[in-house]
Design a protein around this ligand. Structure first.
Ligand SMILES: [Fe+2]
Length: 363
């Protein structure tokens, strides 16, 4: 049995914010814009959003204090500072962090009796302020998902899921990604690859999600290596944007797998970019899936025209991180309790996870 629910209306293309701005007027007269401190100002997305809002006579309040891996405290601060503004809807502009933060903020502004911890009890709410997103990286897929990943008070990344936080509209314009550095292009591209690959092997996959996943993998195969060598190419950037949005749709149906669960502590405690943290485990996760879904793994390698580690070499991914035994043991215990385990094919023992962390942390 499977279901497919992807309610976000995606507007895709150049200048799509300007062309489709009238949709924003459907959501109200006062807007909260949630973004980070710098990149949305540098890549033009924030300015274009504000112009669209102004032309529609929509008032706005900007909260631009969202950092990488947004914390519970950052969400609380944003809600406390913007609550009195009585905004009708929220727009998240930027990479995964501001988009994910905008979703959490939209729930808490709508449900004033809830606190951040309650976000993880999705039965306590069924509504959020309407959410729109304007992604400025090509990787996270948050523009099409019901997920938000925040960092809890102990420093661990924790994902929440609720149909209430599917974006109403997402304005996806590759032009905002052209200013991404080589490192960010690689890391976000590898996040998109992880989403498509993990979604494809997931126990929750369906024929419909598989079709989208395989197409996304094919596009990433062709365009990630090329965009890394020609970052100004419109064609290459646009294709990576398509692939990452498609991969987002995949995980909105399947969730992610152990590659994401194992990667989370590398991001919060070792400052490894999210996409690279997943990629570090992706080859082993796929190889472990082989026992349960051998035909799928073969098909994946056929489409990718290599295995995962060969592709990672092709895009010059080399992770350098040092992990100590205490860290490895703590993270392994946590990974064994991760909800991702249920949807990941293959058998994960404590020994095996310890080994996987030791392998990654050897460099
Ligand atoms: Fe991800």
């Amino acid at each position: 049995m499977w279901s497919f629910h992807s309610p976000t209306k995606i507007f895709f293309g150049e200048h799509v914010l300007d062309k489709e701005k009238h949709s924003l007027a459907l959501l109200g007269k006062r807007c909260l814009v949630v973004t980070g401190r710098t990149s949305s100002k540098a890549n033009g997305s924030l300015q274009e959003l504000l112009e669209a809002l102004e032309s529609l006579d929509i008032e706005y309040v900007i909260w631009d204090q969202i950092g990488e891996n947004p914390t519970f405290e950052q969400i609380e601060e944003a809600v406390e500072m913007t609550r009195k503004e009585k905004t009708d809807f929220v727009v998240g502009v930027g990479g995964g962090s501001p988009m994910d933060a905008s979703k959490a903020i939209a729930v808490l502004l709508k449900n004033q009796n809830l606190n951040v911890e309650d976000l993880y009890r999705s039965e306590t709410y069924s509504e959020a302020l309407p959410i729109c997103t304007v992604p400025t990286t090509s990787g996270t897929g948050s523009e099409t998902t019901q997920y938000s990943v925040l960092t809890d008070r102990e420093g661990f990344k924790k994902g929440l899921s609720s149909t209430a936080i599917f974006p109403r509209f997402s304005f996806v314009d590759y032009r905002y990604t052209v200013t991404m550095s080589e490192g960010l292009t690689r890391a976000t591209g590898l996040d998109a690859l992880s989403h498509a690959v993990e979604g494809f092997i997931s126990k929750r996959s369906s024929l419909v999600s598989d079709a989208i996943a395989l197409k996304s993998i094919e596009i990433i195969r062709d365009y990630l290596p090329r965009v890394l060598s020609e970052p100004n190419s419109k064609e290459f950037r646009e294709n990576m944007m398509i692939a990452s949005t498609m991969a987002g749709i995949v995980i909105s149906q399947t969730g992610t797998t152990m590659a994401h669960a194992l990667g989370y502590p590398l991001s919060t405690f070792k400052s490894v970019k999210h996409g690279e943290a997943n990629a570090a485990f992706l080859h082993n996760v796929v190889e472990l899936a082989r026992k349960e879904v051998p035909q799928k793994v073969e098909m994946l390698y056929r489409v990718l025209q290599s295995d995962i580690s060969e592709f990672l070499l092709k895009v010059e991914f080399h992770l350098q991180v040092k992990l100590n035994e205490d860290e490895i043991k703590t993270w392994t215990k946590r990974a064994l309790r991760a909800s991702h385990m249920k949807s990941t094919p293959g058998t994960y023992t404590e020994e095996l996870i310890l080994k996987m962390y030791r392998e990654v942390g050897r460099h």
